[in-house]
Design a protein around this ligand. Structure first.
Ligand code: PLP
Length: 453
């Protein structure tokens, strides 16, 4: 039997973690998770952590659902793998593709599968190139994305992301056909304005950039319905209809990355339902399987797919694990659970208002400058000076400090920059939310004390 320390030694020696400062990890060691059930995860020390983050915004139905295990096992026993490159298909992928399109507007009719959100974004960009080439407008190549966006960690997805350390890490990103505009982040980009007027202003930044570049050169606008990794940035309701209008006016396609928002995060099935968006291409991942197996889908409108199908010949794009049978079977079962148990509806009608009210009680905390939320995604932005909105120096790592204080007390509470984020599983109860917010407050109080506030 290996104890926690023995696992930590092996972990440090061989396992390079994603998005991790390994020098710091060497000092603290990793928590070694062993089991999950509902909204809780237990570690090798027997300590219970309430997962305020749904893993990475994916475990929407909670941990340990036996139906999902069974769906995977049944599918693996029957047909463990199936390629669909050479005119072969299988029932789970077909059923899932049909199911996804039935949940979306009529124009969104075609589905391409990959394993991750990053790969879904690669598919979307390759598709944009293919589409504009086939319709005789190959010069439409520039993609307008947003500051603080997160679209993944492959080369193109990291380029689309607007988190600058990701660009510096590679030295040569973003790729030259990607440009970023400011985002509907009212606290920093439109403080004090009427929110709906601010939404219109923020959308006008898209039009401005299109005019700068020339509409003939712009392939698409690329965005999350609300930004999660950027720090829970939730646009006013006026933003998206105006974006959609501008996109149509200049024939700029709209690509909507629903990797986090999809499957109930906003309290509606998709962020597009919440904000009233009809995308040309839309990506889902994460909550599609509640994180039980890796699967993402790029959902494609008739406008784009018809050209690809009728004029394209072979589209030289695909992955070994596109439409993996077990992943598709788990996604179908996950959607059945979400539907039959009314989880998305409950998240929107019961949990989201409770979550928002609780979150807003933090507005008068001495460290908190701004409180933001949509559905079951929320952010508390830490500032050094509430009057001037001045932020702490990056080197202070105050958000990480708060996150560590929370974890000590049994809550996974993440820092996105200096914004403390919460996105609990959609099956959380109001009593469990009370615990989440009690610990969050203790962690913030301890952080304030440590920083002399
Ligand atoms: N898109 C969004 C909006 C995300 O938040 C993420 C991951 O956090 C991704 C894409 C990338 O997904 P993956 O990590 O599965 O590649």
């Amino acid at each position: 039997e290996m104890d926690t320390q023995a696992w930590q030694v092996l972990d440090r020696a061989h396992y390079l973690h994603p998005f991790t400062d390994h020098a710091s990890l060497r000092q603290t060691g990793s928590r070694v998770a062993v089991r999950g059930e509902g909204v809780y995860v237990w570690d090798t020390e027997g300590e219970r952590i309430i997962d305020g983050l749904s893993g990475l915004g994916c475990v929407n139905v909670g941990y340990g659902r036996p139906e999902l295990v069974k769906a995977a096992a049944d599918q693996m026993s029957e047909l463990s793998y199936c390629q669909s490159f050479f005119k072969t298909t299988h029932r789970s992928a077909v059923t899932l593709a049909e199911k996804l399109t039935s949940m979306l507007p009529d124009s969104l009719n075609h589905v391409f599968f990959q394993s991750s959100g990053s790969e879904a974004n690669e598919t979307a960009v390759r598709l944009l190139r293919r589409y504009w080439n086939l319709v005789g407008k190959p010069q439409k190549r520039v993609i307008i994305a947003r500051e603080l966006a997160y679209h993944g960690s492959t080369h193109m997805a990291a380029s689309l992301s607007g988190i600058t350390p990701m660009h510096f890490a590679g030295g040569d990103l973003p790729l030259p056909t990607v440009t970023h505009i400011k985002t509907p982040y009212q606290y920093r980009n439109g403080f004090g304005m009427d929110p709906e007027a601010f939404g219109i202003l923020a959308a006008s930044w898209l039009e401005e950039r299109i005019l700068e570049i020339g509409a003939d050169n712009v392939a698409a606008f690329y965005a999350e319905p609300a930004q999660s990794a950027g720090g829970a940035i939730c646009p006013p309701m006026s933003y998206w209809p105006e974006i959609q209008r501008i996109g149509r006016k200049y024939d700029v396609l709209l690509v909507v990355d629903e990797v986090v928002m999809g499957f109930g995060r906003t309290g509606k099935w998709f962020g597009r339902d919440f904000y009233g968006i009809v995308p040309d291409i839309m990506q889902v991942g994460k909550g599609l399987t509640s994180g039980y197996l890796p699967l993402s889908a790029t959902i494609i409108s008739d406008r784009v797919a018809d050209v690809l199908i009728e004029q394209g010949g072979e589209w030289a794009h695909g992955y070994t694990y596109s439409g993996h049978p077990a992943c598709c079977a788990v996604a179908l079962e996950n959607i059945r659970i979400l539907e039959e148990e009314g989880i998305v509806e409950n998240a929107g009608k019961v949990l989201a208002p409770y979550f928002k009210a609780k979150l807003e009680t933090f507005a008068d905390h001495p460290l908190i400058g701004d409180v933001r939320s949509v559905g079951l995604m929320g952010g508390l932005e830490i500032v050094k000076n509430k009057a001037t909105r001045e932020a702490y120096d990056y080197e202070a790592h105050i958000g990480d400090h708060c996150s560590a204080e929370a974890l000590k007390r049994g809550l996974a509470f993440r820092a996105n920059g200096d914004t403390m984020s919460l996105m609990p599983p959609l099956v959380i109860t109001t009593e469990q939310l009370d615990t989440v917010f009690d610990i969050a407050r203790e962690a913030l109080d301890a952080t304030a004390k440590h920083f002399g506030v």
